[in-house]
Design a protein around this ligand. Sequence first.
Ligand code: FPP
Length: 245
Amino acid sequence: MTKAKELEEKLDKAKLPQHVAIIMDGNGRWARKRDLPRVAGHRAGVKSVREIVRACGEIGIKVLTLYAFSVENWKRPRREVDTLMRLLRESLRRELPNLNKNQVRLRAIGRLKELPPKVQEALEKAIKSTEGNEGLILNLAINYGGRSEIVDAVKSLAKDVEKGVCKPDEVSEEIFEKYLYTSHVPDPDLLIRTSGEHRVSNFLLWQVSYSEIWITPVYWPDFRRHHLLGALLDYQERKRRFGGI
Ligand code: FPP
């Protein structure tokens, strides 16, 4: 029996996290260790994305959010940014039939209007084409920042207050959340970060308030189904108290 199969048998299907969010880190270090250019790490990272999306669908996770590109990532060298954008566009085009075959529904969060037009087109096409699928929701965070998300939410809420849609004193956590990019999904139950860093890096700041965090030293291009299962099993051991006792 493979390691993944063995771990999967231990999983309690009734206690799965509904929403798993992943900070896919370590592509650059993976490449450096092999004397390869950083972009080779991103290319290898796409393979992990494919495997983890498939695994989440098969295991029965409802939502998977992947941090694919942050608002800060534009500061990277031009060549690297261009490669990441090309990889996104190509992966969306290439994987679309597969997403449909596996009933995956694609969504995206972030300042999407600032993305190169070709990436926006590929995204819109994939989102539309997978709209009716009923399996895993794959939520890609692209040009995403937790702080900019909160600022964007405050702006739209302020506009609604100005229009009289709601009064300042009526604003509650429940109302505020409806203005976040993630209003279509529950908060993540489990946040995974690869490559050993202990940081949140401006990812889903509001939404991870009560998420369980699982960090592995494994670089993202090496992250496989059995690592995901390790995280899920560890999650199932946790006692979530949400501030209570
Ligand atoms: C972090 O590694 C990774 C990224 C900033 C990008 C992740 C993108 C992909 C895996 C490819 C495209 C995604 C999809 C959804 C098809 P890093 O470069 O920060 O690594 P380092 O910390 O070792 O330098």
